[in-house]
Design a protein around this ligand. Structure first.
Ligand code: HPA
Length: 238
């Protein structure tokens, strides 16, 4: 047991898929894994371990935002020895050429959060995806004929921004879109020597105003999940 995860040691697999929404974690476990065991219900932040193509995989909700995610990442890595974390999320796109339902694979994560300013005493750290995970996912996407965008994303601390046009500066510098978790994910994985990668489906487009229906979100989510799971089973054993 750790402070926020009620699992026995050994109950969580080396590779964890990490949606923000705990009910997504439940759905993934039910739809894609076999021999599934629920190892965590603390705070309703469900976590499950099961088999995908014979390989042990866990799926754990992180909650929304870097503050919540950081708690789970700390405990997954330092208390449960998790080696690979693939965040499966949604994001807003900044560009008209990246419409809703497209997939973004985050090579790096910019942020408006004070977390790393504090940690690095005012200096600017560049949170970066793990290269092995990234390359494995890109290879799988190409084998599976899944199209994707790869690049920098913004991890914001504020979903409802005071300045509704503030995203345009990030877009100008090539940032692809916005979510709320990946800078902390990449930073903590680097700190503790684990691998991390974020893949997102685009749920809304800040440039065009387009957004997805729940049915469209479901379908694009399924494609992303298959990509994440097929990546997970190709990773080298630890
Ligand atoms: N902002 C922040 N996070 C998000 C968004 C957004 O517009 N869309 C999906 N996740």
């Amino acid at each position: 047991m750790s402070v926020h995860i009620g699992a026995e040691k050994g109950a969580i697999a080396d590779t964890v898929l990490l949606p923000g929404d705990p009910l997504r974690a439940k759905y993934i476990a039910q739809q894609f894994l076999s021999d599934t065991v629920c190892y965590n219900e603390v705070r309703g932040m469900f976590g499950y371990t099961g088999l995908y193509n014979g390989k042990r995989i866990s799926v754990q909700g992180s909650g929304m935002g870097q503050a919540s995610l950081s708690i789970y990442i700390n405990e997954l890595i330092t208390e449960y020895n998790v080696k690979n974390i693939i965040r499966v999320g949604s994001c807003g796109s900044f560009h008209s050429h990246i419409p809703v339902r497209d997939i973004i694979i985050a090579m790096s994560a910019s942020s408006d959060s004070a977390m790393n300013r504090e940690r690095f005493q005012g200096n600017s750290y560049a949170p970066t995806a793990d290269f092995t995970l990234f390359r494995t996912m890109i290879d799988r996407a190409e084998e599976m004929n899944i199209s994707y965008h790869a690049g920098n994303i913004l991890a914001t601390d504020t979903f409802y921004q005071d300045n509704p046009e503030g995203w345009r500066k990030w877009a100008e510098y090539g940032v692809l879109g916005v979510e709320m978790e990946s800078a902390a994910l990449y930073t903590l994985a680097a700190k503790f020597g684990a691998r991390a990668l974020t893949v997102c489906t685009v749920s809304d487009n800040l440039s065009t105003g387009e957004s997805t229906t729940s049915e469209e979100r479901e379908n694009s989510f399924t494609e992303m999940m298959k990509l994440a799971l097929e990546t997970a089973i190709k990773l080298p054993d630890s």
